[in-house]
Design a protein around this ligand. Structure first.
Ligand SMILES: Nc1ncnc2c1ncn2[C@@H]1O[C@H](COP(=O)(O)OP(=O)(O)O)[C@@H](O)[C@H]1O
Ligand SMILES: [Mg+2]
Length: 464
């Protein structure tokens, strides 16, 4: 449409220019020849040599291919090369402008109003070129030259026709190529839409084809990356749900067996009954641990961010946590010590979550270190970071497991973890909480020698 419209405008302007040019050319030619004739005609007309003037006009008109007339000062035809309008008063504007407005020459094109004359001329338009006849004594009248413009109109028409055809051709080509181009350009969009629809129906495995222009390739690539992310998210969520169910089902199954024993053996010895009930109680504790950890995790999932950050003194946190866990370590004859570089190590965050980080790491160190081992929890500041290190000389973690211990429900030794009331969620909670505080966690460990967990958190350096 745009191409057609602009071409149409150009076309109109172009033919306008050509018309103007042809008209001006015609005016110049006609005026020149008629002015030349006027020089010869004036003396003949003045001296009244009618025959000579007639003869001259007829031959000159024949040469020019038009009609010559001589009009007197009243605008009456005195001589006519067609000898038809003698004595008729012509009130053409060209004649009027010379006789009353005093111009030297005038030119104009008219449509003939007389249908008979129009038929005779072949074309309804006639060009008039009027020139003043003068000699030394003054105005004599007007020399009028009338000629058909058929040729000029013909050539203009043919130019217009040709340009018009060219215009239609160009418009057609533009239309066809626009259709083809838009097909080519929009095909990837349709394909991508298809893919998205598929995915919307729940099939997360579909991927968009990467093709087309650079923009579409980028779009498809990004879309695929997003689909990948969604798929893996979906998988891990399913994995999580199945792990969680399994984790909940195990204590339930155990409890059911224990309870059935108690119910269907009414004559069970008192000691045994107490032992069974104690086991059930233990399973309930585990169940509530798992549920508690799950709640902590999902709450963090939905919140994502800490709503209200406060200035927390990490040295207090570490001291308190170590104090809290001291009895557990004592029970197993382990030495649990803390080494705190400064009493004022501030970070911005949530106090209870920061406490949970230290607690989970220290509790793990106690759990996975044999009786009589030693655990060291230290805190120092380095490079605008608070660095918490929890080190033990316990069982250690095999290299291949180190990458996985932060995953939900991952345990190196399932039986051992269960035995000690572990849920396999402790480290994933820690990792998530560290991330919420803008920090990072790493582990170094060697089986049989011990492990070291290092947490780095950005310091709150205001007022230090
Ligand atoms: N200090 C440590 N020494 C050895 N192994 C550890 C230590 N801390 C964690 N682990 C391993 O990482 C696993 C995941 O830890 P965690 O998520 O806290 O689960 P849980 O303690 O409930 O088993 C543990 O089961 C254990 O195998
Ligand atoms: Mg743990």
């Amino acid at each position: 449409m745009i191409i057609s419209a602009s071409f149409y405008v150009t076309d109109a302007r172009l033919t306008g220019f050509v018309r103007d040019y042809l008209y001006r050319q015609r005016i110049r030619q006609d005026s020149l020849s008629v002015e030349k004739l006027a020089v010869t005609v004036a003396p003949l007309f003045q001296s009244g040599q009618a025959d000579a003037l007639d003869e001259y006009l007829i031959s000159a008109a024949g040469e020019l291919g038009g009609r010559l007339m001589v009009l007197d000062c009243d605008g009456k035809v005195q001589y006519d090369s067609f000898s038809a309008l003698m004595g008729v008063r012509l009130e053409l504007p060209e004649v009027v402008s010379i006789l009353t407005l005093g111009e030297a020459s005038s030119y104009g094109i008219h449509r003939l109003t007389d249908p008979q004359a129009a038929a005779a001329e072949g074309d309804s338009r006639v060009a008039y070129c009027a020139v003043r006849l003068v000699d030394s004594s003054g105005d004599l009248g007007v020399l009028l030259y009338a000629s058909t413009v058929a040729e000029m109109v013909d050539s203009l028409d043919s130019i217009e026709r040709q340009v018009g055809m060219f215009f239609i051709l160009v418009a057609l080509i533009a239309l066809i190529s626009a259709i083809i181009f838009s097909r080519v350009l929009t095909r990837p969009v349709y394909e991508l839409t298809d893919t998205i629809q598929h995915m919307g129906k729940g099939d997360l495995t579909v991927r968009a084809k990467v093709k087309g222009s650079a923009e579409f390739k980028a779009l498809a690539t990004n879309y695929n990356a997003m689909a990948e992310q969604l798929e893996s998210l979906d998988k891990s969520r399913n994995q999580f749900v199945s792990n969680a169910s399994h984790e909940l089902k195990t204590p339930l199954t155990t409890m059911k067996i224990l309870l059935e024993n108690v119910i269907y053996q009414p004559d069970m010895p008192q000691e045994m009954r107490e032992e069974f009930l104690g086991d059930i109680n233990h399973e309930i504790d585990r169940l509530s641990n798992v549920v508690g950890d799950l709640l902590t995790l999902t709450r963090m999932d939905s919140a994502g961010k800490i709503s209200e950050k406060t200035r927390v003194n990490l040295s207090d946190t570490v001291k308190q946590t170590v104090h809290l866990l001291q009895p557990q370590a004592d029970k197993r004859g382990q030495s649990l010590t803390s080494r705190i570089q400064s009493n004022t190590v501030f970070v911005l965050g949530d106090a209870s979550r920061l406490e949970q980080i230290v607690y989970n790491l220290t509790e793990n160190a106690i759990k996975y270190t044999p009786d009589g081992g030693s655990i060291l929890v230290s805190l120092l500041q380095k490079n605008h970071q608070a660095v918490i290190t929890v080190q033990d000389n316990g069982v250690g973690i095999p290299a291949e497991d180190q990458a996985h211990i932060f995953e939900r429900f991952y345990r190196v030794d399932k039986a051992r973890s269960r035995e000690t009331g572990g849920t396999g969620l402790g480290l994933s909670i820690v990792r998530q909480m560290v991330a919420m505080h803008g920090g990072e966690i790493s582990v170094m460990s060697e089986p049989g020698k011990g492990s070291m967990f290092v947490v780095r958190l950005p310091l709150d350096e205001r007022g230090n």
